[in-house]
Design a protein around this ligand. Structure first.
Ligand code: PGA
Length: 265
């Protein structure tokens, strides 16, 4: 069963997630982090930067791999995930832009981009910890409902629900790209540790399906149940439909006594 942390607010959940992630980063001299785009992890990246500074943790050897990228936008387009991650992750943490790897999405690269990205991940020794958000339709990365649980990095087609959810970042809803290059669910499951963050009422049903529903390609997030080491950080709203909420809260309170991943000075 996933380790589920239900915090009183998204701010507290972000701070706890940052602490857990930094604890892992510190455990290895050359750490490979899988990073997610979207609104959800932005505050956590800021907390990660403050904690790294506070504890004097050097991030210059960190290797980062994006989960996905839109097809059809230049990397310099502010709406691209490449730009968003440079802004919200690389700059915030004071990294070298070259420490972040994003799937190639130029038309001439699409047939080989997935394989090349998987090769780069393998050359970096595999992903030590993959940060995930979840879509309101249960997607992880741009693996939309129906994606094979064994899928690898490849071109995917965005679901209408996803294009509607992401339309806020575009002037016109028809400007939202139709395709992405996304790590596959099989790729994500090879990371050594998964950390999923979800906040707000909009994620309530996707979270219930992912954590307590059957493992099914109808809810790609449910694939986390196949992974031996998953930590999920939620606020109260996103956790609202979980049946075993009292159990998770109790388990979490017990764990507060002996948190293996709290940072120590
Ligand atoms: P969000 O997106 O963080 O902007 O809610 C998450 C996702 O779609 O995976």
């Amino acid at each position: 069963m996933a380790e589920v942390v239900i915090a009183e607010s998204r701010e507290v959940a972000s701070a706890l997630a940052a602490e857990a992630i930094l604890h892992q980063i510190r455990s290895k001299p050359k750490f490979t982090l899988g990073v997610a785009t979207g609104d959800t992890p932005v505050a956590m990246y800021r907390d990660l930067a403050s904690l790294a500074e506070e504890f004097g943790i050097d991030l210059q050897n960190l290797n980062a791999f994006a989960l996905d990228e839109y097809v059809g936008l230049e990397p310099t387009d502010p709406r691209s995930f490449s730009s968003a991650l440079q802004e919200n992750f690389v700059k915030v943490l004071g990294l070298d832009p070259a420490q972040l790897h994003v799937p190639q999405v130029a038309a001439c690269n699409l047939s080989t981009s997935g394989r090349d990205f998987e090769r780069s991940i393998a050359a970096a020794g595999g992903i030590d910890l993959q940060i995930l958000g979840i879509g309101s339709n249960g997607h992880i990365g741009f693996n939309e409902p129906g994606s094979s649980l064994a899928s690898r990095t490849r071109v995917t087609m965005l679901a209408d629900t996803t294009r509607r959810d992401n339309a806020v970042f575009f002037a016109e809803s028809e400007d939202v790209p139709q395709h992405s290059v996304s790590q596959g669910i099989g790729t994500i499951l090879e990371a050594r540790h998964l950390v999923l963050l979800a906040f707000g009422v909009k994620k309530e049903s996707a979270i219930a399906a992912a954590i307590e529903g059957p493992v099914t390609s109808a809810c790609p997030g449910s694939a986390i149940q196949l992974h031996p080491w998953v930590t999920v950080f939620l606020d109260r709203e996103s956790a609202n439909s979980l049946q075993e909420k009292d159990y998770y809260l109790g388990a979490w309170e017990n764990k507060m006594e002996s948190l293996s991943w709290r940072l120590s000075p």
